[in-house]
Design a protein around this ligand. Structure first.
Ligand code: FES
Ligand code: FES
Length: 163
């Protein structure tokens, strides 16, 4: 067992976990943050993506103890001061989801994508950078549209309706 201490969605949390506990397990089972999903056991689907110190990572691919001392943001903490983050609003407006299982990971990846491409995004870049996120429902077309619209909204160029 090991002690862990990290800031999750702006709140300091501490605990004692088995050394083998994955970050995604810690978030879901210890902290009850079930918006982060588990869709595979091969680190391929991206349903578990969260931000670790501001960068998107697959939370099934690191141990909770490895995240100790870091800041973690999950989908629940993405828009602390609003109902929806602009990227969430864009997914809603552009029908970027069907069953919704992949959506938290898609959105966390998309927000990090915007951060990594300060010059802006195009369709090819979005499709390329979504390689680590699998969706079984949508065919990706509306996800790409949503990411592009969300990126515009985040840059302040357009407004995306939240309702
Ligand atoms: S659950 Fe992490 S990549 Fe699938
Ligand atoms: S919306 Fe169902 S898996 Fe993507």
């Amino acid at each position: 067992m090991s002690d862990v201490s990290m800031v999750v969605n702006g709140r300091k949390v501490t605990g004692n976990v088995e050394d083998r506990t994955l970050l995604v397990q810690y978030l879901r089972e210890n902290l009850g943050l079930t918006g982060t999903h588990v869709g595979c056991d091969t680190s391929q689907c991206g349903a578990c993506v969260v931000h670790l110190d501001g960068k998107a990572i697959k939370s099934c691919s690191i141990l909770a103890v490895q995240a100790s001392g870091s800041e973690v943001t999950t989908i629940e903490g993405l828009a602390p001061d609003a109902d929806l983050h602009p990227m969430q609003a864009a997914f809603k407006e552009h029908h970027g989801l069907q069953c919704g299982f992949c959506t938290p990971g898609m959105i966390m990846t998309a927000v990090d994508m915007v951060r990594r491409h300060p010059g802006g995004l195009d369709e090819k870049t979005v499709r390329n950078d979504l390689e680590g996120n699998i969706c079984r429902c949508t065919g990706y077309h509306n996800i790409v549209k949503s990411v592009l619209a969300g990126a515009e909204a985040m840059s302040g160029k357009t407004e995306t309706k939240a309702a």
